[in-house]
Structures are given as structure tokens and as C-alpha cells.
Design a protein around this ligand. Structure first.
Ligand SMILES: Cc1ncc(COP(=O)(O)O)c(C=O)c1O
Length: 392
């Protein structure tokens, strides 16, 4: 029983078939060869881009394939760090980068490093005791010195969805660029870049029924046009002299080298699958399971939910701790009952410190989970407590 989709989702046969069919029938380097196979490969790859762009309400020019969300964020931070002095992305001592205490390391460390490289200061929103983003000091945290506000669409630990509109409006009012980590949202509910109105957004294919090795970086066209490329080489150029080069049009300016073509095609198939089931249905289903799990956990003695205990502005990721049992031990015993959950710090070490926890046990859902799965987890927790002879 798989309750670890927050880490990576399982893949439908349609996705596996799409990837292997690409290798069997269409394999050639995209955008290069003059032969028919290369053309077919390019059509498949660009077809996948169109599906992904439509999925998030974006233009194809703005939809860049990377290898993962981690790469997307690093690439963005690296590019900002390479900006010319007159660029809006240029950072200098005195400038500020804002993140939150609930970020995955992937949306924290690249900004730490950018701050270090440029002399900018890193600031962050804290969290409240009930696992929400503490926005009380928003006017102080996002101020005229703020250049970048990078934050998560949904916490991978708490399930919390922060007040996006409020943060985006505040960031915009001071001229800061907004970056939204949609790793835990895009796979689970409908997102639309125009409605979110952020400047950049990223997610990984493997958490949304797609393959590993494919991620997305989306940015507003006018900003991508201004941005420096982050990878240089084949395919991303317009013309090349011995001592200089000019860049290709979007999105190829940001896709140097032969890309992860089969993976992109697999992601396209994942998008088809998600669309067919319907993102609203997926979300509703996951919320039913989340409600059931939250209610069940709150009835168990010696068990505490870490994060919001109601369904308001939260998604299908539920963290909990069992008094007297280390999360790794919880995970190991649950595994003996065939239940796969994630345990540990969930790549969010500062958040764990803030919560005063060494780690948590996390159950996370996708469309294939059922109410019986939740029941089985809830039934197994007292068995974990008995095994470790902790009070209930
Ligand atoms: C919120 C969040 N951001 C970023 C990432 C990084 O994604 P990836 O490892 O696919 O690059 C994850 C993965 O767990 C995540 O949950």
C-alpha cells in the first residue's frame, strides 16, 4: 500500500508505454536531424510541451523542460546571479531575498547560495503553531529592498497552502519577482499560471504520474526574454562565431543539448491521463482521504497531527508523530504491514527544528489511493504503539 506520492507518484501504464514507444519507434535527436525520424521525434517532444503548457494555462514559449524542479530552481537562481548590472534580476548587498520556513531544501538552498554569491540578505516568513504561514509581519518581511520572493504552493510536510494572492500582491507592490514551487500542487489540483499571477513556477514530472528526469520551469515571457540562459551549448543558439554567440528564441534559449525527450513524451501522457480523470475529481478524492485520515489520527491517543488539522487551505499530505516512537521506527513497523510512508525530515530541516521535531511520519496521496488504505494505516498505528510498548 503506497502512501508516499509526495515523494514520487506511481506511473500508469499509458505513461510507461508512451516512454518506451518513443524509444522503440521515434528515437532521434530533436530539432537537429533533417531525416523523418528526427522530425517525428521533434513533433512528439513539442506535442508534449503543448500538453504541459495547456495543463497550466501557459504559452508554449514560456514552458521550459528541465530535468526536475530542483534543476528549475537552481537554474533560475544561477541565471539571476549571472545578470548584468542593469538587469532587474541583478542582486547586490542591501537587496533581500524572501523565502519561508516551510520550504523544501530545493527551494531554500539555491536562494541561500544566491544570497551568498551576491551579498543579498535572506529573509523568511515563519510559521504559526498550527502549521500555517505566519504573515503577520508581511509588510516588514517584504519591503522595498526585496528583489525575489520564493515560496511553496503547498508544503510537502504540513500540507499547508499559503495565502498566494496576498504574497504575490505584496511582492508586486515592491517590484519583487515571485517564484512559486508547485511540486506539491500541480500533481493534485488545477493550477493556472495566469490566475496565480506569479512570475516563475516549477514542478517535477515524477510526482504527477510522469517519469523521472523531466521537470518544468515556467516563466512570464517578458521575463524569460530578459533572463540570461543557464546552460550553454547546442540547440540554444541562434548564431555562433568563434568568440561570441546569440541565443535562440524561447523556449529553446533555455534548453541546451539533446533534452530528455522520451521523458517529456511520458510527461505528456501523464498530463493526458490526469486530464482524463479530471483534476477536480483527483482533488476531491484526495480531500476525502485527507479528511478521513485527519479525523482518524485525532481519535488516536498519543498521536499528534503536525500541520493544519482541518481542510482549509491544505492538500493531501498529512504528517504526524507518535509519542515515544522515532519516526524511522514508525516507518519500519508500518512497512512490515506493507504500508509505505515517508519518515524523517522530508528535506525541510529548518521546518523540523522550528516544530521541535526530529522528523515526522508522512502519508501522502494520489488518485490511486482508497479509503481502505487510510483505514489500514489507522489500524496499524496502534500496532506500532503496542510494538514499542508506548502508552496509548
Ligand atoms: C515542495 C517540493 N519542492 C521541491 C521538490 C524537489 O523536487 P525534485 O526532487 O523532483 O526536484 C520537492 C520534492 O519532494 C518538493 O516536495
Amino acid at each position: 500500500m503506497y502512501l508516499d506520492s509526495g515523494a514520487t507518484s506511481q506511473k500508469p501504464i499509458q505513461v510507461i508505454d508512451a516512454e518506451s514507444t518513443f524509444y522503440k519507434n521515434t528515437n532521434a535527436a530533436v530539432h537537429r536531424g533533417a531525416h523523418l525520424l528526427a522530425e517525428e521525434a521533434s513533433l512528439a517532444y513539442e506535442g508534449a510541451r503543448k500538453k504541459v503548457a495547456d495543463f497550466i494555462g501557459a504559452k508554449v514559449e514560456e514552458t521550459i523542460f528541465t530535468k526536475s524542479a530542483t534543476e528549475s530552481i537552481n537554474a533560475l537562481a544561477y541565471s539571476f546571479g549571472n545578470s548584468e548590472k542593469n538587469s532587474r534580476f541583478f542582486l547586490r548587498p542591501g537587496d533581500e531575498i524572501v523565502v519561508t520556513e516551510m520550504e523544501h531544501h530545493a527551494n531554500l538552498i539555491p536562494w541561500q547560495q544566491l544570497a551568498k554569491r551576491t551579498g543579498a540578505k535572506l529573509r523568511w516568513f515563519s510559521i504559526t503553531t498550527d502549521g500555517r504561514l505566519d504573515i503577520e509581519k508581511i509588510d516588514e518581511i517584504i519591503n522595498r529592498k526585496t528583489k525575489i520572493v520564493a515560496f511553496t504552493h503547498q508544503s510537502n510536510v504540513l500540507g499547508t497552502i499559503p495565502p498566494i494572492k496576498l504574497i504575490v500582491e505584496k511582492a508586486r507592490s515592491v517590484g519583487a519577482v515571485t517564484v512559486l514551487d508547485a511540486c506539491q500542487s500541480a500533481p493534485h489540483f488545477k493550477i493556472n499560471v495566469a490566475n496565480l499571477d506569479v512570475d516563475f513556477l516549477m514542478f517535477s514530472g515524477h510526482k504527477m504520474l510522469g517519469p523521472t528526469g523531466i521537470g518544468v520551469l515556467w516563466g512570464k515571457e517578458e521575463l524569460l526574454l530578459e533572463m540570461e540562459p543557464f546552460l550553454f551549448g547546442g540547440s540554444m543558439i541562434d548564431s555562433v562565431e568563434m568568440e561570441s554567440a546569440t541565443w535562440a528564441e524561447l523556449p529553446r534559449k533555455f534548453e541546451a543539448g539533446v533534452p530528455n525527450m522520451a521523458q517529456a513524451v511520458g510527461l505528456g501522457a501523464a498530463v493526458d491521463y490526469l486530464n482524463k480523470v479530471g483534476m477536480a475529481n483527483i482533488h476531491d478524492h484526495e480531500m476525502v482521504l485527507t479528511k478521513q485520515l485527519l479525523a482518524g489520527l485525532q481519535h488516536l491517543q498519543g498521536v499528534k497531527v503536525i500541520g493544519p488539522t482541518d481542510l482549509v487551505n491544505r492538500g493531501g499530505v498529512v504528517s504526524f508523530v507518535i509519542d515515544g516512537v522515532h519516526p524511522h521506527d514508525v516507518g519500519q513497523v508500518l512497512d512490515q504491514y506493507g504500508i509505505a510512508v515517508r519518515t524523517g525530515h522530508h528535506c525541510a530541516w529548518p521546518l523540523m527544528r522550528k516544530l521541535n521535531q526530529v522528523g515526522t511520519t508522512r502519508a501522502s496521496f494520489h488518485l490511486y489511493n482508497t479509503e481502505a488504505d487510510v483505514e489500514k494505516l489507522l489500524d496499524a498505528i496502534p500496532l506500532v504503539q503496542s510494538y514499542f510498548k508506548v502508552n496509548r
